[in-house]
Design a binder for this molecule. Sequence first.
Ligand code: F6P
Length: 325
Amino acid sequence: MQNAVKRIGVLTSGGDAPGMNAAIRSVVRSALARGIEVIGIRRGWQGLITGDFVQMDSSSVSRIINRGGTILYTARSEEFRTEEGQKKAAATCKLLGLDGIVAIGGDGTFRGAQALSRHGIAVVGIPGTIDNDIVCTDYTIGFDTAANTAVECIDRLRDTMQSHERCAVVEVMGRHAGYLALYVGLATGATAVLVPETEYNFDEHVADKIRQARLGGRTNFMIVVAEGAASAMAVGEEIREKLGLDPRVTILGHIQRGGDPTAKDRVLATRMGHEAVRVLAEGGTNKVVIDRNNEIIAMDIDEGLSMMKTLNGQEFEVMRAMTGQ
Ligand code: F6P
């Protein structure tokens, strides 16, 4: 069979995530192995609008598998949300002779992919976000690294909280999703975890949990707050006013988004990049590559994005059991 796909583009969009470079590398090398040329689109969807591109070859992705961030830069493009912006992006694809695009990013990136595929461009998405909030895939690239970074930071906090018999309030990322907070809360034995999916109630979600821990003999406490659940500073203030403790508040912030990807993220990214190229090479479009039970497969983006956002019930159960609720 003749290979109709001759040249593809690859881009990273939205918040960066450790392992995005490994995914770019895999896309480039997997495509070259099939005789397909690769163009790197810089600065996400915005770069596709402005025609900001770079030719990729095997050596342009050497020594990046271990590096955090993204060599292609990333952006959140307002213009690409408009019909006009999408038309310009589709025109760039035609001008450059791109037969398809691999878009690495989160939820917003996939909405962009859906839009571009409606303009007749073949697009395959790869989930890359530390939030792990793409429901159709078990894991997103970057989550494992971010979770391990947060766990390391919280373990350090715990040492000093334990020595001073204090309460720590630590904010982790997750404006709309509490999965990262829940996961690191479980891994660090947190006293309480606040997630944006549940409406914040100080008495129920913080005071009761600290009280239970104190009655159980503890003199130091760890409250993990997802950034979208409540303001960590405000939670700290309430603890001071209502419980008479002297808490210390730490906001981990973008520390969680950087750093060398873990082995798990590198391997996941490499497998997903390889699958994305296979799908494009075989004429697929409007697909997202997912990890389901450690099998890397492609599914329809529309179907993937329509799946309900829920936190894993079993993890919530374990969390409740561990915090005595
Ligand atoms: O989507 C990834 C993420 O890191 C979220 O957890 C966080 O809320 C957001 O990006 C922060 O975005 P920015 O880097 O634009 O401040």
